[in-house]
Design a protein. Structure first.
Length: 237
């Protein structure tokens, strides 16, 4: 059973999401909160797998709540997905820096919301859609709008410990490419790419793919607007 927490200051939004998600056999809403302070307390009590987090709320906003949840060692298995009305809401930039696993627009189709919860609960990140790649590229080039957890970013020495192939894979992940797409570009098997990504998680201490994307940009490994260089098709690994 996938456990979910709903955080939104609008009761009608919470009621709609609650009805939709609880109708699924494999999803259960275990907590609801109207502000960030209550969200953090409930997350620590119920330890949901997925938190659907609104950004603009009274008292403690979603940005602060996301940072507190993702920084809590006891909530290492909890994934936060931010909810926003606008696809380029500046607050989403800060939420991704704070450790959110992705974002959803509030007008998301019901089936897509359910699918998103399952994807995030499985440990993936909502990074495939073109709009998400554009948003992440925008946020890393913009001035920070909130606290940046720089302690979570790998230092130069850590990046130097990556093999050339791992750095190459990280660059493609930073561009929002799937494992299958990376495999095609690098002429590798999808299983080999999956192994490289798993090593990146371990070496960089990343919670999920979203943090790998942030790392790729913050480290300068990926430059906004530039595609990773195409490998020699004869290269093997």
């Amino acid at each position: 059973m996938i456990t979910v927490q709903l955080v939104d200051d609008q009761a009608l939004v919470r009621a709609g999401f609650h009805s939709l998600l609880n109708a699924e056999d494999d999803i259960e809403v275990v907590a609801q909160a109207a502000d960030g302070e209550a969200a953090v307390a409930q997350a620590r009590e119920h330890r949901p797998q997925v938190v659907l987090m609104d950004i603009r709320m009274p008292t403690v906003d979603g940005l602060q709540a996301t940072a507190q949840i993702t920084a809590d060692p006891e909530l290492c298995d909890t994934r936060v997905v931010v909810l926003t009305t606008f696809e380029l809401d500046e607050y989403v930039f800060g939420a991704l820096r704070a450790g959110a696993s992705g974002f959803l627009l509030k007008d998301v189709e019901p089936a897509d919301l359910v699918a998103a919860v399952r994807v995030v609960a499985a440990g993936e990140a909502l990074l495939a859609p073109r709009l998400t790649r554009r948003l992440i590229e925008a946020f890393v080039t913009a001035a920070p709008t909130g606290p940046v957890r720089t302690a979570d970013l790998p230092d130069a020495e850590t990046l130097e410990r990556l093999t050339p192939r791992e750095r190459e894979v990280l660059a493609f992940v930073g561009r929002g490419r799937s494992n299958t797409e990376i495999a095609e570009h690098l002429v590798l098997s999808p299983l080999t790419v999956k192994t490289h990504v798993a090593r990146l998680f371990s070496k960089l201490g990343a919670r999920d793919r979203a943090q790998l994307v942030v790392t790729a940009y913050e480290s300068g490994l990926v430059v906004p607007g530039a595609e990773p260089s195409e490998p020699d098709s004869r290269q093997v690994s």
